[in-house]
Design a protein around this ligand. Structure first.
Ligand code: HAM
Length: 423
C-alpha cells in the first residue's frame, strides 16, 4: 500500500519548525496586547452566506477559492477563507460593542483557500491579525498599521515596504466605476478571460490583473474621484503614520482582493517573496461590512499577516529561532531492574529541568548515540556497576554520583554547560 500523502497545498508543522512558529505567534500576541487587543477565536467553518455577503461574490476568493460543502443537515458551510467577516460576526453577535467602543481583538487562525498551490500560496495557511470594531477615527487605521509595523520590527524582519492607498467611500467608488467602465469597455476584446468577467461583475478588480498590466498602467485613478471627506480621512491617516515615523508608498493601484474595503487599504510587501505572492500581509477599513452581514452599521479596520510567508522570510534572514533538544537530560537504563529507579529519578529531576527516560532494552551505546543526536546536554546512566553515572554529552566528561547528590550534580552541570561557550 502506498503511504498516505498530505492534501495538496498543505503543510505540516514539524517539531523542528515549531519554535519559530511559537516565536512568531507570541510576538504578534505580545505587540497586540501592548495596544490593548484581546484574543478572539472563531469556528473554522461558517455559513457560506457569511463570506458570500461579507467578502463579496465577484471576488476570486468567493467565486473560485472557497471550500464549500453541504453538511449532513443540508446547510451550505464553508471553511473560513479569511478572518475579518467571522470576527465582525462574533463581536457584533455577542454585542461586545455595547460594553465599550471600539472593540480591539487579535487572532491567530488557519484559513482555507482552494488556489493553485505554489511557493507562498497554500490551500491551508495561517494568519495573525487584529480588528478594531466600532470606531471610524483615522487614528485607528494608523494604529492597526502601527501594530503590524512593530510586530515586523520585533521579529527583526528587514526589507518590508508599506503600500498604502485609499479606496474612498461607496459614492467615490461608484463614480470611479463609471470611468473604469468607460476606459475598459472599448478594450473588452483584448482583455484576458478573467478581466472580461471582472468587467461585468467587479470592475475595481481589473486593476489587480497581472496579465493585462499594460492596460492597468493607463487606467483612470480612483484618487481623482475622491470626495473631500475621503481625502481628509486619508490625509489624517498619513499624518498619523508620519508621527509614528512609519514610511509608506502611496500606491494608487492597490485594490486588495476582498470587497469590503472602504477608505484605507494597505499591504506589506517583501521583495524576496516572488511575484503576486509578495504580500506578507494586508488590511484596511471596512465600514460597510457589518451592514452587509445584517448588523447595525458599525465601522471597522484591521490587518492580517500570513504566518507561512513571514516564516519563510524570517528563516531566509536567519532570525527564526531553531529547535532545541526535546529534553536537557536523558536517563539511560542498563538492565531491566533499573527502570523503576529511572522513573523515580526522572520524576525528581523534572522539578528542575526537562527529562526523558530511555528504559528500552536497547544497547547502552545506541541509547547514548540517540541522546547525543537529540542534542540533550546530559545523560544519566542508571544500573552501572559503579553507581549513577552523569555524562556530559558535549564534553564527554563523566562523574559518578549518588541518588542524594544527583539533583545538585545535574543542576551544576547544566549551569556550567549553559555558561560554556564551546557547548
Ligand atoms: P488577505 O490579503 O487576503 O487579507 O490575506 C492576508 C495575508 O494572508 C496575505 O497578505 C498573505 O500573506 C496571507 N495569505 C493569503 N492567502 C494565502 C495563501 N493562499 N497562502 C499563503 N498565505 C496566504 C485578509 O484575509 C483580510 N481578512 C485582512 C484584513 C484584516 N483586513 C482587515 N482586517
Amino acid at each position: 500500500m502506498t503511504p498516505i500523502a498530505p492534501p495538496r497545498g498543505t503543510k505540516d508543522l514539524l517539531p523542528d519548525e515549531a519554535p519559530a512558529w511559537e516565536w512568531l505567534h507570541r510576538a504578534h500576541a505580545a505587540v497586540a496586547a501592548r495596544f490593548g487587543y484581546q484574543l478572539i477565536d472563531t469556528p473554522i467553518f461558517e455559513s457560506t452566506e457569511l463570506f458570500a455577503r461579507g467578502v463579496g461574490s465577484g471576488t476570486d476568493i468567493v467565486d473560485k477559492e472557497m471550500y464549500t460543502f453541504t453538511d449532513r443537515g443540508g446547510r451550505s458551510v464553508t471553511l473560513r477563507p479569511e478572518g475579518t467577516a467571522p470576527v465582525v460576526r462574533a463581536v457584533l453577535g455577542a454585542h461586545l460593542d455595547q460594553r465599550w467602543r471600539p472593540v480591539r481583538v487579535h487572532y491567530a487562525m488557519p484559513m482555507f483557500r482552494y488556489d493553485r498551490p505554489q511557493a507562498g500560496r497554500l490551500r491551508q495557511h495561517a494568519q495573525v491579525g487584529v480588528e478594531v470594531i466600532g470606531e471610524r477615527d483615522p487614528g485607528c487605521d494608523a494604529e492597526v498599521i502601527e501594530v503590524a509595523w512593530r510586530f515586523i520590527a520585533d521579529l527583526g524582519i528587514d526589507g518590508v515596504s508599506l503600500q498604502l492607498n485609499t479606496l474612498g467611500d461607496k459614492d467615490d467608488r461608484l463614480g470611479y466605476r463609471q470611468s473604469l467602465l468607460a476606459y475598459y469597455t472599448p478594450l473588452r476584446d483584448s482583455l484576458c478571460e478573467d478581466c472580461r468577467r471582472r468587467l461585468d461583475v467587479n470592475p475595481l478588480r481589473l486593476l489587480d490583473c497581472k496579465k493585462d498590466a499594460h492596460h492597468v498602467e493607463n487606467a483612470p485613478l480612483l484618487g481623482d474621484h475622491l470626495s473631500a471627506p475621503s481625502r481628509e480621512h486619508f490625509a489624517a491617516v498619513t499624518g498619523h503614520l508620519g508621527d509614528a515615523e512609519i514610511p509608506f508608498t502611496h500606491n494608487q493601484r492597490l485594490v486588495r482582493g476582498l470587497d469590503y474595503y472602504a477608505h484605507t487599504a494597505f499591504e506589506f510587501w517583501h521583495t524576496s517573496l516572488a511575484g503576486a505572492q509578495n504580500a506578507l500581509g494586508g488590511g484596511g477599513r471596512y465600514d460597510g461590512l457589518a451592514e452587509q452581514l445584517g448588523f447595525a452599521p458599525t465601522p471597522g479596520v484591521g490587518h492580517a499577516l500570513g504566518v507561512e510567508r513571514l516564516l519563510t522570510v524570517a528563516v531566509d534572514q536567519g532570525i527564526a529561532p531553531r529547535a532545541g533538544p526535546p529534553a536537557q537530560v536523558v536517563i539511560c537504563t542498563v538492565g531491566e531492574e533499573s527502570a523503576a529507579t529511572a522513573r523515580t529519578l526522572a520524576r525528581q529531576l523534572r522539578d528542575r529541568t526537562s527529562v526523558v527516560s530511555d528504559v528500552s532494552d536497547r544497547r547502552l551505546d545506541r541509547k547514548l548515540r540517540d541522546a547525543g543526536r537529540s542534542d540533550a546536554t546530559l545523560a544519566l546512566l542508571v544500573g552501572m556497576d559503579e553507581g549513577l553515572v552523569l555524562r556530559n554529552l558535549r564534553t564527554r566528561q563523566q562523574q559518578v554520583t549518588t541518588s542524594d547528590r544527583v539533583l545538585d550534580a545535574v543542576s551544576a552541570e547544566l549551569l556550567a554547560a549553559a555558561q560554556d561557550p564551546r557547548t
